[in-house]
Design a protein around this ligand. Structure first.
Ligand code: MSP
Length: 516
């Protein structure tokens, strides 16, 4: 099985903050889960460079060389994800040649399908959204999302994409399939397509812009940034440059991003694909329809201590700053656990500290530490003989629930289920009191501790997609070889009884050290 997943490509007008990190961590977790399942995984990330926002940011920084600015900022984004342990397969920049070639091919296909037309455009444009605004979108002559910026009045000849030709096809896609998730968003997109869909300008006069890909055959026009950016999901896997690769990976299996940009992904992009597929066989499925991204999931937005994340408020936290304090695994755990996937939420460092101390330190770290320390002490530093299936620690149902949660993209539910198991395991220790029982019934203690050690190995597997570093530490403390353990894959790794009695244990060390 192949699994191709992408995140939005972010604007480089600013540095990455934990909002962007959240989306990227969700995708990384799902990619890691699928790798454990032994799927062939492609996980793409990247940056959206052909945007006026980027030019304005460069100017505001007092710089003049756009290429140098874009190179530097693209580097900042890539480095941030690398430093954060995001295991992406490829990082695409929309100023790359390979991307431009794909965009040109795609434009020509849409044109051949008869869906592009030159029209006179007059209206309002919001650079913040990189989108046209109708009178109904506006509040007091401003874009409600960017009240500090004035809208630009445009009167130009532009190429239009006949989006409304695809209204019915989009409604069918949205209503009859699970293309848009979660359900609440499906309704929102459906209403938008039903009542508000309009043909859309997909180019701007080159003289009024200093970024963007030229319209094939018309140097006087540049391609609208969203039309270009949305195609990154195709070009990063070879559309326009490498047919074989493209056929291997396309269509993408899963897209995750914020609710703010769902319309572009669930209305504009599929309509563009339906149009281009009519003229480009590479984009067609067996029945001649378009090969579309299989599913789009819009997560919510979170605030920080109740406030919108913004540069001017100074709360646009770099994920690496938090990671240096709590560890990247703890930050990943916190973001995925604290924010219900699909809903809005709030981030607060105080909550992060609380969860670090209770969920991670007291519940998870303590369990692993006590179990390994007791086993070493009572059984000569090795895994004891005994496998007590009555102890209630082995829980196949929980394991299946975790698998199901990850497979249906619910990292938050997976973690909630795992923590039920961890709390249960801690309770077993409280109830059985192996530290007392050892004096009278070492055989019983051997059985309990075998199961608890095996549970540690198990839970390490289950948290791996979210907390890979922690899982590896646990395996090392259990005396397991990382490569050997990982090579088993999820299904074999989660067969109960993987620990061999008599095998020497490693050194117990706190997984989540006390905060200074
Ligand atoms: N460049 C476009 C996307 C093009 S995709 C073909 C763009 N870029 S962006 O830099 O503005 O990133 C927006 C995305 O960042 C959101 O959709 C979301 O994934 C993430 N987030 C930004 N702030 C966020 C929060 N406060 N909370 C959660 N996610 C956030 O739009």
């Amino acid at each position: 099985m192949k699994f191709y997943i992408n995140t939005p490509i972010y604007y480089v007008n600013d540095r990455p903050h934990i909002g962007h990190a959240y989306t990227t961590i969700v995708a990384d977790t799902l990619a890691r889960f699928h790798r454990l399942k032994k799927d062939d995984v492609f996980f793409s990330v990247g940056v959206d460079e052909n945007s006026q926002k980027n030019v304005q940011a460069m100017e505001a920084a007092g710089e003049k060389d756009l290429v140098a600015y874009l190179d530097r900022m693209a580097g900042v984004w890539k480095q941030t994800w690398q430093d954060s342990g995001i295991a992406f397969t490829d990082f695409i920049r929309t100023t790359e040649e390979r991307h431009q070639r794909g965009v040109e091919r795609f434009w020509n296909a849409v044109k051949k399908s008869g869906d592009i037309e030159l029209r006179e455009y007059e209206g309002w444009y919001c650079v913040g959204c990189e989108a046209f605004k109708t009178e109904t979108d506006m509040v007091e002559d401003k874009c409600p999302l960017h009240p500090n910026k004035n809208l630009e009045r445009l009167k130009e000849k532009n190429y239009f994409f006949k989006l409304t030709n695809y209204r019915q096809a989009l409604l069918d896609l949205i209503e009859k399939t699970d293309f848009v998730q979660p359900e609440s968003r499906r309704h929102e997109i459906r209403n938008y397509v039903k009542d508000h869909l309009a043909d859309i300008s997909i180019s701007r006069e080159a003289k009024s812009l200093n970024v963007g890909i030229s319209v094939p055959g018309d140097e006087s026009q540049r391609i609208y940034v969203w039309f270009d950016a949305l195609l990154n999901y195709l070009t990063v896997v070879g559309y326009g440059t490498d047919e074989e690769m493209f056929q291997k990976w396309w269509p993408a299996d899963f897209w995750v991003g914020g609710k703010d940009i769902l319309k572009f992904h669930c209305a504009l992009l599929p309509a563009m694909m339906m149009s281009a597929a009519k003229s480009d066989p590479l984009l067609q499925n067996k029945d001649g329809g378009a090969l579309l991204v299989k599913q789009c999931f819009a997560h919510g937005f979170f605030t920080i201590d109740g406030q919108k994340i913004s540069k001017s408020l100074g709360n646009a936290i770099d994920p690496r700053d938090l990671a240096s304090k709590y560890g990247m695994d703890a930050l990943r755990y916190f973001l995925l656990r604290e924010i219900t996937f699909g809903e809005d939420g709030d981030f607060s460092e105080k909550r992060l500290q609380e969860r670090y101390e209770s969920d991670l330190g007291n519940t998870f770290g303590n369990l692993v530490n006590r179990v390994i320390a007791m086993s070493k002490k009572y059984f000569d530093g090795a895994v004891p003989q005994g496998m007590n299936q009555e102890s209630g620690i082995r829980n196949e149902e929980l394991c299946a629930a975790v698998n199901h949660a990850y497979a249906s993209h619910r990292c938050d539910s997976a973690l909630a289920a795992i923590w039920v198991g961890l709390i249960r395991a801690n309770k077993t220790i409280e109830e059985a009191q192996p530290f007392k029982l050892i004096k009278t019934d070492p055989l019983a203690v051997a059985k309990i501790l075998y199961d608890l050690l095996e549970a540690c190995r198990w839970y390490a597997w289950m948290v791996y997609p979210v907390m890979p570093g922690t899982a590896e530490k646990i395996w090392a403390q259990l005396g397991l070889d990382r490569e050997k353990e990982l090579s088993k894959g999820w299904d074999e790794g989660l067969q109960w009884g993987g620990l061999i009695p008599g095998q020497p244990l490693g050194e117990p060390e706190p997984l989540f050290p006390r905060l200074p």
